[in-house]
Design a protein around this ligand. Structure first.
Ligand SMILES: *Cc1c(COP(=O)(O)O)cnc(C)c1O
Length: 298
């Protein structure tokens, strides 16, 4: 599959430090951040079959949804640009129309038509009537929901699990991922693995339901552990200790994380490792879901 020339399989690297040694566990990082320079990480995997479907049905344009920091809008704009598909982004927050925002500027520069809507209107993003109205207004594009989370996205994410299985010679005890809409976690679950999903937003308990709904039709699904206490104040919020952790991670492993998703997951994961949460001998693969375009530069 040569869509956008991905670097696949993405590398799997073992992470060893004093904490993993003391806990007697083995930890690997799945470098999905290296799949593609602009369609990065889980967004590449989630978009893959959606884009192929749009192309095979002959669509010339795609409409999707996202917020001001949306890696999904960014990835969709980049992919659409490369594949000659026109893209439309429905953006949450009408005040953003005049804001100077690097994510949205990138989208615009890559040909995406941005339409800013109020938060009230944005809440209708899954309602059939609203979608029909939007579809008519924008010339019947291929619709992709927020975060790219569809049944086709799960299929793309499940391929990551196969890669890991090949690379390790078997499945690990846990695959760990950050969660925004939960589509990535659902894709891993659908492939039969035990998932640790770290909510990147506040009050993330609802993600448990959303994820289970997404995998309801899969028979051999794995089990889900949802962690909701590592959100650092909410979506895209952060605290100095999170940035300090990311710096330390960079110094120790020479791998850059970002503060919206992957920094929070690794902070939480190492917190659990240090607390003795895992049995000795446990194996964990943590997914670097990408998103480095949104790295806060202080
Ligand atoms: C979008 C995103 C997530 C969240 O993925 P979901 O499938 O929506 O849970 C996690 N990490 C990064 C880097 C992302 O861009």
């Amino acid at each position: 599959m040569d869509i956008l020339r991905p670097n696949l399989p993405s590398p799997l690297q073992e992470l060893v430090n004093a904490d993993t040694r003391a806990a007697g566990i083995r930890l690997w990082i799945k470098r999905d951040d290296l799949i593609h320079p602009t369609v990065s990480g889980n967004k590449w995997r989630k978009l893959k079959y959606n884009l192929l479907e749009a192309q095979s049905q002959g669509f010339k344009s795609i409409l999707t949804f996202g917020g001001a920091y949306s890696n999904h809008l960014y990835a969709t704009a980049a992919a659409g640009y490369a594949l000659d598909l026109h893209t439309v982004g429905i953006v949450r927050g009408d005040e953003l129309a005049d804001a100077d925002n690097p994510t949205l500027t990138f989208c615009k520069d890559h040909g995406m038509d941005l339409h800013f809507v109020s938060r009230t209107e944005y809440r209708q993003r899954s309602d059939d009537a609203y979608l029909q109205e939007l579809s008519g207004r924008f010339g019947h594009p291929f619709l992709i929901p927020e975060g790219g989370t569809t049944a086709l996205a799960l299929k793309g994410e499940a391929e990551m699990v196969s890669e890991i299985e090949d690379q390790l010679g078997g499945l690990p005890d846990y695959i760990s991922t950050p969660a925004g809409t939960g589509g990535t976690a659902a894709g891993i679950l659908s492939a039969g693995c035990q998932v640790m999903a770290f909510a990147a937003l506040k009050n993330g308990l609802f993600l448990g339901n959303d994820i289970q709904t997404l995998v309801a039709d899969y028979e051999n699904r794995g089990s889900l552990v949802l962690l909701t206490d590592y959100h650092f104040g909410g979506y895209a919020k952060w605290k100095p200790e999170l940035l300090a952790f990311m710096d330390q991670f960079k110094a120790e492993f020479d791998i850059q994380l970002e503060q919206v998703y992957t920094g929070k997951m690794f902070y939480g994961l190492f917190d659990l490792i240090k607390m003795g949460h895992f049995d000795r001998g446990a194996s964990i693969v943590a997914v670097h879901t990408g998103g480095l375009q949104g790295l806060l530069r202080t």
